[in-house]
Design a protein around this ligand. Structure first.
Ligand code: CP
Ligand code: NVA
Length: 294
């Protein structure tokens, strides 16, 4: 009974449009008053990392503390998961000690298995398939830049990966028109909710935001060279940004490789909101934690 009532956040599709808009409203409130909420007083949040992280780790750890809670950073190689203890048994044990668990791992099935057996909220801190916490911060950045979400157009150029998929899923819920420009073999599935094209110039036409992510995601290193060759026409540079709407902003989830998927001129230039976007991870995730646990 308890687990059926438990909220999870694995892909972002768990949020209704009303939930999502309320969560982003709350995130903006918390950005204006970072110490206003003690929603996690006396609560523990496990943050399990099987892959490297800078932003996700730091923003969740700082955010949990700002909410009065206690973050437990768990590296997979320190857990019995790395010695074949199952996600099911890990979920059963974590549920007896902490109030929520975030997971960064390669395989979406691991997060799904944890959620299926946990009686506490499970949230996805990046899998090969999804990065919904990133998309929350991205929508928050659009919202604070343009004052609205409904009817905005966001063009994602590059690899149709986890970040692109989460933008498609959460953008569709928020009323943002997400267009993904990717070459053959690197495109998202149509069911994700975005408009798909292989033409970056067509994608950015009329776009309020142009978004780039790495061409070689964690786990894709074996195919790095062929990826760089296929994705080279999809670099986010000033010339591409000039084809978007006059007030268009540049976004990137980071880490960036200046000169590869984005030029240094865009990454550090006047039209980027990338560093605000990185800060917004913490504010959006605090609102998410309130929704999940508070
Ligand atoms: N954008 C993002 O998730 O960054 P990290 O991999 O550093 O957490
Ligand atoms: N697509 C990238 C995002 C990193 C935050 C990856 O999965 O490595």
């Amino acid at each position: 009974m308890l687990s059926r009532l438990t909220r999870h956040f694995l892909t972002g599709a768990e949020l209704s449009a009303d939930d999502l808009h309320a969560l982003l409203d709350r995130a903006l409130e918390l950005k204006g008053a970072p110490d206003a909420s003690r929603a996690l007083e006396g609560r523990h949040v496990a943050l399990l990392f099987e892959k490297p992280s800078t932003r996700t780790r730091v923003s969740f750890e700082a955010g949990v503390v700002e909410l009065g809670g206690h973050p437990l950073i768990l590296r997979a190689d320190e857990l019995q998961l790395s010695r074949d203890e199952s996600p099911r048994d890990t979920a059963l044990v974590l549920s007896r000690h902490v109030h929520a668990v975030g997971v960064r791992t390669g395989d979406d099935a691991i997060v799904e298995e944890l959620a299926a057996h946990a009686s506490i909220p499970v949230f996805n801190m990046l899998t090969a398939g999804h990065h919904p916490c990133q998309a929350l911060a991205d929508l928050l950045t659009l919202r604070e830049t343009f004052g609205r979400l409904e009817g905005l157009r966001l063009a994602y150029v590059g690899d149709g990966n986890n970040v692109a998929r989460s933008l498609a899923v959460l953008g569709a819920i928020a009323g943002v028109d997400v267009v993904v420009a990717a070459p053959d073999g690197y495109q998202l599935e149509p069911e994700a909710g975005a408009t798909l094209t292989d033409d970056p110039v067509a994608a950015v036409q009329g776009a309020n935001a142009v978004y780039a992510d790495v061409w070689v995601s964690m786990g894709d290193e074996a195919t790095a060279e062929e990826r760089r060759a296929a994705l080279a026409p999809y670099r986010l540079d000033d010339a591409l940004l000039d084809r978007a709407a006059p007030d268009a902003i540049a976004l990137h989830c980071l880490p960036a490789h200046p000169g590869e998927e984005i030029t240094a001129e865009v990454l550090y230039g006047p039209r980027q909101r990338i560093w605000d976007q990185a800060e917004n991870r913490r504010h959006a995730q605090k609102a998410l934690l309130e929704w999940l646990v508070g």
